[in-house]
Every structure is written in structure tokens, then in C-alpha cells.
Design a protein around this ligand. Structure first.
Ligand SMILES: Cc1cc2nc3c(=O)[nH]c(=O)nc-3n(C[C@H](O)[C@H](O)[C@H](O)COP(=O)(O)OP(=O)(O)OC[C@H]3O[C@@H](n4cnc5c(N)ncnc54)[C@H](O)[C@@H]3O)c2cc1C
Length: 297
């Protein structure tokens, strides 16, 4: 972002489509998005802020010391993380696929999304980074990780081998992707996704890892992500450059957040101390997570 530019983007709904049984595809456009460049990563994620009750648009953010945020606003609009499923810079349009799970500010908004409505987007980030020595990839996702998984597969180079394990609610949630790479699929239908226990952990364990150097990317429920991360880190001896295993959402998040409040300060202090010691973000996240696990979170 260059100096003088706003650090957020208003995004106006220009199209809504029921993509699959539980996935709503919303296309955003408008004059702000015409200057959105993206960060060029296939799991590019952006924070989406929704209008507060009775308003048609979220308020603008302001900048303090280089940080764009709702500084000085008590009633901060609700914001949630979503993947930029597709970016069409020429048309100034950006696509987000929302999993319409039960409840939730974002899922409820997606169910009623209509052309002309406005949200605010901020802070694009990404995690998926494949080292140059990688010969195969294992891509694992539930409904929330499916948009990123689709974009990752579409952007894989010719010659890359990948295996995708995807957990969806119904057969009608299966998607297909065009790709230059060689990709095999294992669709798991009717589990996880807030409906019942996830089988992703077991599916990953039963997959026979190919020969050669691999890279693992996982996006799904936080408790599953912890189990899968431990499996690759401890049982399979992966080094941290060769996996990104991320919790995209948390089951019963209300209870979890209530308990987390008690440990938040200490956990963040630990995270920051690891970063200040010159170690990576991923190492800091590992220590952060280990501390939360120790206190039963
Ligand atoms: C980097 C990143 C990228 C993401 N990309 C996408 C994306 O492209 N598409 C997408 O649909 N989601 C995506 N997510 C997940 C999304 O941010 C969460 O599911 C978010 O909690 C949804 O917000 P909400 O307001 O609907 O529900 P919340 O208000 O957060 O939660 C309300 C209730 O619903 C439960 N809940 C939350 N999410 C789910 C879920 N997925 N399934 C079942 N129950 C749930 C909570 O436990 C809570 O009880 C992404 C998350 C991250 C971190």
C-alpha cells in the first residue's frame, strides 16, 4: 500500500450465487476494489467487516501509527476472516465463498446477501508457502478451507503432484477445479463442519505419504488442526517450513472465548517474546498453541 492510501476497502455486492448446497458465492465490486491489488497468494485471506445493526455500511477505519483499525470506536463492527477465492483485477471484482453454517454473523449475512449491500475488507494475509524442494503436496480442508484449497489447486504448476482430502457436508458440496497439476481427491461426505466429529485427522493418518519431499497444508476446525499438526511435527518429523496447518474456525467458540479471556494476555506475551527473539511466526504460533493446550484450551 502506498502512502496516503486508505488501509481498507469498501466492497459492494455485485453478484450472489448458491454455488453448492452449503456454499454461497458473493462477488464484490465498487470503486474501492478497483485499487485492490491482492497479495498473490492462493490462500489470501481478508478480514470482512459487516454493518452494525440498523446501518447499511460499516464505518470507515482510521490510521494511528501506521495501523488501520476502528480506533476510538466502542461498538466495533463484527469482522471475520474469509479467503479471496478469485480476484479479477481488470474488472475490479473479488469473489468470496461463504460456508452457510448455522448461526454466526458472517454466515447469517451471507445467507441474505443481496446486490447493492456493502461490507468493509482489511488486512490481506496468507500462510501457504511451498519451499522450492517440494515434490508433492497434501492439501486438507473442510468447508471453510475449500475456497483456499480450490484456488491453491487451480494455481498449482504443471508437473506438481497433489492429493486433496476434503470434508464436506453433502455430496452437493463437492466442487471440481481446473488445474495444470496432477491432483487426486478423497472427498469425505457428511462429517465435521459443525455437524459431527471430523474425520480429517483419521483420513490424513491413513494416507500413505509419497516418496520425496512433501508439503502439507491444512485448513479446518482448530482442535482437528492441532491433532494433525502434532502428527506431522512429532510422528512424521516434518520441519516447520514444510507444513502450514491452520485452524480456520473453532467449534463452540463462545465457550472457548470465555475461557481464553483469562489466558489471552500471557499467551500473547509469549507469542511476542518468541517473535522478538528472532524466531518465525510459525514457531511463535506453536508455542502459543502449546501454552493454550496446557491450560485446557
Ligand atoms: C485464514 C482464514 C480463511 C477463512 N476463509 C473462509 C472462507 O473462505 N469461507 C468460509 O466459509 N470460512 C472461512 N473461514 C472461516 C470463518 O472465518 C469462520 O467459520 C468464522 O467463524 C465464521 O464466522 P460466523 O460469524 O459465521 O460465525 P461465528 O460468529 O464466528 O461463530 C458462531 C457459532 O458458529 C460456530 N461456527 C463458526 N464457524 C463455523 C463453521 N465453519 N462451521 C460450523 N460452525 C461454525 C462457532 O463455533 C460458534 O458457535 C476462514 C478462516 C480463516 C482463519
Amino acid at each position: 500500500m502506498s502512502e496516503g492510501e486508505l488501509g481498507f476497502y469498501y466492497a459492494d455486492v455485485v453478484g450472489v450465487e448458491q454455488l453448492t448446497t452449503h456454499m454461497v458465492r458473493v462477488t464484490f465490486g465498487g470503486e474501492h476494489l478497483a485499487r485492490y491489488e491482492g497479495i498473490g497468494a492462493p490462500d489470501e485471506c481478508i478480514a470482512v467487516y459487516f454493518p452494525r445493526n440498523g446501518e447499511t455500511s460499516p464505518p470507515p477505519m482510521t490510521e494511528v501509527d501506521g495501523v488501520w483499525w476502528y480506533h476510538g470506536i466502542e461498538d466495533v463492527p463484527e469482522g471475520r476472516n474469509y479467503t479471496v477465492r478469485r480476484l479479477n483485477s481488470a474488472a475490479g471484482e473479488l469473489v468470496i465463498d461463504f460456508f452457510a453454517h448455522d448461526g454466526g454473523v458472517a454466515a447469517t449475512w451471507a445467507r441474505q446477501a443481496t446486490v447493492g449491500q456493502r461490507v468493509l475488507l482489511a488486512r490481506p494475509r496468507s500462510w501457504y508457502r511451498v519451499p522450492a524442494d517440494v515434490q508433492w503436496q497434501l492439501l486438507v480442508a473442510d468447508m471453510t478451507g475449500l475456497p483456499a484449497l480450490g484456488r491453491i489447486i487451480e494455481e498449482l504448476p504443471a508437473g506438481m503432484r497433489a492429493h486433496a482430502v476434503v470434508e464436506v457436508l453433502e455430496r452437493g458440496d463437492i466442487q471440481s477445479f481446473d488445474t495444470a497439476a496432477s491432483v487426486t481427491y478423497d472427498w469425505r461426505i457428511g462429517s465435521g463442519n459443525g455437524d459431527c466429529a471430523s474425520v480429517l485427522d483419521e483420513a490424513v493418518r491413513s494416507y500413505e505419504l509419497p516418496e520425496g519431499v512433501g508439503y502439507v497444508w491444512f485448513a479446518g476446525e482448530a482442535a482437528s488442526s492441532r491433532v494433525v499438526r502434532k502428527y506431522f511435527r512429532k510422528d512424521r518429523g516434518f520441519d516447520i517450513a514444510h507444513f502450514h496447518i491452520i485452524g480456520y474456525w473453532r467449534a463452540r467458540s463462545e465457550q472457548w472465548l470465555e475461557k481464553y479471556k483469562k489466558y489471552q494476555g500471557a499467551a500473547l506475551a509469549l507469542y511476542n517474546s518468541v517473535i522478538e527473539a528472532g524466531r518465525t511466526e510459525q514457531e511463535a504460533s506453536e508455542e502459543f498453541d502449546a501454552m493454550l493446550e496446557r491450560v485446557g484450551l
